[in-house]
Design a protein around this ligand. Structure first.
Ligand code: ZN
Length: 299
């Protein structure tokens, strides 16, 4: 029996009986609250990602426990490690060490490095929950949460300007293994720091194309200028950007075609700040082509 988590996840999200999924996701959430003493939640949109993560976690756990599906100890260990990281990400939100958008970015990163499922399947899973599992929005784990000021202070302290590519503890826990080479030099200081949070897209993501170029695919983030969904590509080799605060290295870049803008952060897109660059049509196309050329949709 071949392991196909992409197919299994989509099938499970469609076929899972609503009452069972409701019970299971709530039991899992309250179990973590009880064990950790945490009580934070994911917010309405983060809750949808929590449900996708839960179902994936469940599938991986079941697979690891079934000797007739897996007979390689190495694979079992890799999947067990993957699930440990997913659980760690969920725990960090519930205990207030990370916000829901950081969890979203964390899962994107994790799946890029350990492609148990593709990023496209993850996005498809999110859309299924959004359309078929409306009940998620009213669950205890979907309460809106606000980041503690402590977290914001830590985020500021780790950002010391020029060329400082500090990673958050959250990211360290996902076992980053990026190299230090860059795809190209970006000589002009055109990225400007914005001290704002980027939020989730609020409309029907199904109204928008999955890709705008071969390597830029849709995300659940909203453009901070016009509110449409942002598209993202991942860099196998860190991309160097010049900003008004100096050089930064990034693992991914986001874009909005409508605003001809790029968005990036040397931490997470929702770490409380990001860098923005807006261009004229011609320069935008050139740079989009460049990033598309360097970029990837998977690790
Ligand atoms: Zn926009």
């Amino acid at each position: 029996m071949a392991i196909d988590f992409d197919k299994w996840l989509i099938e499970a999200l469609i076929a899972y009986p609503v009452e069972d999924l409701k019970q299971a996701t709530n039991d899992f959430y309250s179990g973590i609250c009880r064990r950790t003493g945490g009580s934070n939640a994911f917010g309405v949109n983060g809750a949808k990602e929590y449900v996708v993560a839960f179902v994936l976690f469940d599938l991986v756990k079941y697979t690891c426990e079934s000797t007739n599906i897996i007979n390689s100890e190495e694979l079992r260990q890799a999947l067990t490690d993957f699930n440990r990281l997913v659980l760690g990400g969920i725990v960090r939100v519930i205990t207030g060490q990370a916000g829901p958008l950081e969890f979203s970015d964390f899962m994107d990163n994790l799946l890029s490095r350990v492609p148990v499922i593709t990023n496209e399947t993850w996005s498809a899973g999110y859309r299924i929950v959004e359309r078929r599992h409306k009940w998620v929005e009213s669950q205890p784990f979907a309460r809106e949460v606000y980041k503690s000021s402590l977290l914001d202070i830590q985020a500021d302290n780790t950002h010391n300007g020029a060329g400082n590519n500090t990673r958050s503890n959250f990211e360290k826990s996902s076992g980053s293994s990026y190299g230090n080479k860059t795809c190209s030099q970006d000589a002009d200081s055109n990225f400007v720091r914005k001290n704002e949070h980027i939020g989730y897209f609020e409309g029907d993501i199904g109204d928008y194309p999955l890709y705008i170029t071969p390597k830029f695919y849709i995300t659940a983030y909203a453009c901070p200028i016009c509110g449409r969904p942002l598209y993202k590509t991942l860099f196998h080799e860190l991309e160097q950007l010049s900003t008004d605060e100096g050089r930064i290295l990034v693992e991914r870049i986001f874009t909005c075609e409508n605003c001809r803008a790029f968005f990036a952060s040397d931490k997470y897109l929702d770490s409380g700040y990001y860098y923005q660059r807006r261009l004229n049509e011609e320069d935008y196309r050139v740079l989009l082509g460049h990033y598309d050329n360097c970029g990837s949709t998977s690790w």
